[in-house]
Design a protein around this ligand. Structure first.
Ligand code: GDU
Length: 599
C-alpha cells in the first residue's frame, strides 16, 4: 500500500493483478517509499513486458502454469488415452519424375511465400561462443549459414520470377526470430555484410522475450537470485514464433499482399533448401494447411517423430512427438521395445526437422482465435519423489511444431518424407557429446554437418550423371564419417535439381575422391570434365563458361586436427579437421560473353 504513490496508474493495476494471482511475495519485504524506488519501478516495467509479450498476459501464464504443474505432480501423461501409429505422408525420392514435378510446382510458389528462420536459441549443447547462424556451413568456402540461407531465398525467388515471366513479387519477405541472446549479433552480422545481397527492407528481425520462472507448484514467480526487484526469466522456446508473427502484424500484411505460404526453418541445417521447393510443391498440390518436412529417423535420434495419435474418444491427429516422449509413449501402448528401428534400418516414425510450411489463410484464421498461443509444457526437476519442491526454478515452454495441436479435425495436416541424405544435417552437439552418439545414428555435430554437405552435393551430381568415386571413412573428433569429394556450389549456380541437370552435360564427367569442386559463377556449364584435384570456377553473371577437360593437381586435403589445439579457431576445432590447400586451379571470368576452360 505505502509504495503505491511511486507507481503509475498502469503499474498499480499490474501490481493488483499480481496480488490477485497469489504473487504477493514479490512485494513482501519492500522497504518504505524513498528506499530503492527506482528498482521497485523497474520491477513493474519488467512485469509490464512479461505481461504484454505473452498471449493473454501474465495472469493467463500463471493460470496455465498452475494447471500444468498440477498435472506434472499428478504424473498425468499428456498422451493419456491416445494410441500411436505410423502415419502415411508423401514420400519423395530425389531426382525422380515425381520429385521434379513437385520441385517445378514449388518454385512457382516461392514468390507467394515468406520465409521465417527461428534463431533465438543459444545452442547450449554446441557450446559455441557466437551465434549459430554465423558459423561456417562448410570450410571449403567458409560461407556461413545465414549467407547461404539468404542467397538461397534470393535465387529461389529469381527462379520463381523466371517461371512467371517477370510478373512476380520479387521481394520475398524474410523474418528472423531472435532473442536477447542473439538479436544484436544477428543484426551485426547482417549489417556488416550488406545483408548478404538482400535488401535490408526485405529482412525483419523479431525478438522473442523470455518468460517468468516458476518457483513452486503454486506457480509463484521466481525472484531473480541476483536482484530481489526482478523476476527470474528463461527462454520460452521456438513456439513463440507464431505469436510474434501475429502480434507484429506481419502475417496480416503478408495475407493482404496476397502471399499464400509461410516457410519455417531452423538455425543450422546446410541442406535445408535442397528439399524446400519440392515440399512447397507438395503443399500446393495437396493443398495442405500444414506440411512438415521430415527425414527417415534413426530410433532414439534427437529429433521428434511424426506420429498419428488416435484417442479412445475418436479424436485423431498427426503430430510431432518429441524425442524424449516417443519411447515412453510406445512402451506404454503395447510396444515393449519402445523406439526401435524397423527392417528399413530406421524408426517407422518419420523424423521432424522443423521445416514447416503453413498456408497463410487457415493459419491466420487459427491465430485470430488463439493469438498465436501454442500448447505449452512444463518440465520441473523435483527435489524428491514427493514432488513438492524443485531443484531449480522452471518455466513453461512451447515448440513451433505443436501449432497443429489446436487445429480442428477438418484441417489438412500432412507431411513429406525425403531421402535421408538430402535435407537434414544440423550442427547442435559439441564434439564430446557427438562422439557418444550410438554408432549408426547421426552425430548432429559440426563434423557431420559439413561432411553431409559434401555427401549430398556429390549424390546430386551422381544423379545428374557425374561419375563420383565412393567416399572413404575417416574419424574426426571421435566421429566416424564418410568423406566424399568436396563439392560446393553457390545457390546462384543451382537451387533445384533441374538447374543442376541443365548445367551438367556430356557423358564423361568424373570426380576422384580427393577432389574439390567449387562453383561460384552463375552460368558455369560442366561438360566432360575429369577432375582429380581442386578446381574453383567463378564468373560474372553474364558470362557463360564451359568447363571441361582434365584437371589434375595435388588438390586440397581434409586433415585431422587436435580439437584441444588452442592455436586453432573454435570453428575449426569443433570440426576436428581443416582444409589443407596444397594446390588448385582457380579460374575467374570477369568479362561477359562465352568462355571455355578446356583444361
Ligand atoms: N530457438 C528459438 N528460441 C528458443 C529456442 C530455440 O528460436 O527459445 C530456435 C533455435 O535457434 C533453433 C530452433 O529453435 O533454430 C531449434 O532449437 P534446437 O536446435 O535447440 O531444437 P531441438 O534440437 O531441441 O529440437 C527441435 C525440435 C525437434 C526436431 C529438431 C530438429 O523440437 O522435434 O525437429 O529441432 O532439428
Amino acid at each position: 500500500q505505502k509504495n503505491l504513490s511511486i507507481l503509475s496508474p498502469d503499474q498499480v493495476e499490474l501490481a493488483k493483478m499480481l496480488l490477485a494471482m497469489g504473487q504477493g511475495h514479490l512485494f513482501e519485504d519492500w522497504p518504505d517509499t524513498g528506499v530503492d524506488d527506482d528498482e521497485k519501478k523497474a520491477l513493474l516495467v519488467q512485469v509490464a513486458l512479461l505481461n504484454s509479450s505473452y498471449p493473454g498476459g501474465l495472469a493467463s501464464y500463471i493460470k496455465t502454469a498452475r494447471q500444468l504443474l498440477a498435472d506434472s505432480k499428478a504424473g498425468k501423461n499428456p498422451f493419456d488415452g491416445f494410441t500411436p501409429s505410423v502415419p502415411s505422408g508423401e514420400v519423395l525420392t530425389f531426382g525422380d519424375d515425381n520429385f521434379i514435378k513437385y520441385e517445378e510446382t514449388g518454385v512457382k510458389q516461392i514468390q507467394n511465400a515468406a520465409f521465417v528462420l527461428v534463431a533465438g536459441g543459444l545452442g547450449e549443447r554446441l557450446g559455441y561462443n557466437g551465434i549459430k547462424v554465423a558459423l561456417p556451413m562448410e570450410t571449403i568456402t567458409g560461407t556461413c549459414f545465414l549467407q547461404h540461407y539468404i542467397e538461397s531465398i534470393l535465387c529461389l525467388s529469381e527462379a520463381s520470377c523466371r517461371q512467371a515471366q517477370g510478373k512476380c513479387r520479387r521481394e520475398v519477405p524474410f523474418v528472423i526470430m531472435t532473442s536477447d541472446d542473439t538479436y544484436a549479433k544477428t543484426l551485426q552480422l547482417l549489417e556488416s555484410n550488406s545483408y548478404f545481397g538482400m535488401k535490408s527492407t526485405q529482412v525483419k528481425l523479431l525478438k522473442q522475450e523470455k518468460v517468468a520462472c516458476l518457483a513452486d507448484n503454486d506457480a509463484r514467480l521466481a525472484v531473480d537470485p541476483n536482484n530481489k526487484y526482478r523476476i527470474q526469466t528463461k527462454p520460452h522456446g521456438h513456439g513463440d514464433v507464431h505469436s510474434l508473427l501475429y502480434s507484429s502484424g506481419l502475417l496480416k500484411e503478408w495475407k493482404d499482399a496476397g502471399l499464400r505460404w509461410v516457410v519455417f526453418f531452423q538455425d543450422t541445417n546446410g541442406l535445408l533448401f535442397k528439399a524446400i521447393p519440392a515440399a512447397l510443391g507438395v503443399s500446393a498440390t495437396k493443398e495442405y494447411h500444414v506440411n512438415s518436412l521430415t527425414v527417415p529417423r534413426k530410433a532414439k535420434e534427437a529429433i521428434g517423430g511424426i506420429t498419428r495419435l488416435t484417442h479412445s474418444d475418436g479424436r485423431e491427429m498427426v503430430i510431432n512427438v518429441e524425442y524424449n516422449q516417443l519411447d515412453p509413449l510406445l512402451r506404454a501402448t503395447g510396444h515393449p521395445d519402445g523406439d526401435v528401428n524397423c527392417e528399413t534400418g530406421y524408426s517407422p516414425y518419420p523424423g521432424n526437422i522443423n521445416q514447416l510450411i503453413l498456408e497463410i489463410g487457415p493459419y491466420m484464421d487459427e491465430l485470430s482465435k488463439t493469438g498465436g498461443a501454442i500448447k505449452e509444457f512444463v518440465n520441473p526437476k523435483y527435489k524428491d519423489s514427493t514432488k513438492t519442491a524443485f531443484k531449480s526454478s522452471t518455466r513453461l515452454e512451447c515448440m513451433m511444431q505443436d501449432y497443429p495441436k489446436t487445429l480442428p479435425p477438418s484441417a489438412k495436416v500432412g507431411f513429406t518424407v525425403t531421402d535421408p541424405w538430402l535435407a537434414y544435417a544440423p550442427v547442435k552437439n559439441n564434439p564430446d557429446d557427438a562422439a557418444k552418439v550410438p554408432k549408426g545414428n547421426p552425430y548432429h555435430s559440426a563434423t557431420s554437418g559439413e561432411t553431409a554437405i559434401y555427401r549430398s552435393n556429390s549424390m546430386i551430381l551422381r544423379k545428374a550423371g557425374v561419375n563420383i568415386d565412393d567416399p572413404v571413412s575417416e574419424v574426426f573428433n571421435g566421429q566416424e564419417v564418410e568423406v566424399w569429394s568436396r563439392v560446393v556450389w553457390k545457390p546462384k549456380w543451382a537451387v533445384t535439381f533441374s538447374d543442376v541437370k541443365t548445367k551438367v552435360n556430356g557423358n564423361n564427367n568424373s570426380l576422384s575422391q580427393k577432389s574439390t569442386l567449387v562453383i561460384k559463377g552463375r552460368n558455369v556449364f560442366i561438360e566432360d570434365l575429369s577432375l582429380d584435384g581442386t578446381l574453383v570456377i567463378d564468373s560474372v553473371d553474364d558470362a557463360e563458361v564451359k568447363v571441361g577437360g582434365v584437371v589434375q593437381n595435388k588438390g586440397w586435403a581434409i586433415e585431422n586436427i587436435d580439437k584441444e589445439n588452442s592455436a586453432l579457431s573454435e570453428e575449426v576445432r569443433i570440426r576436428g579437421f581443416k582444409i589443407n590447400k596444397m594446390e588448385h586451379l582457380e579460374k575467374s571470368y570477369s568479362e561477359p560473353g562465352k568462355h571455355s576452360l578446356n583444361a
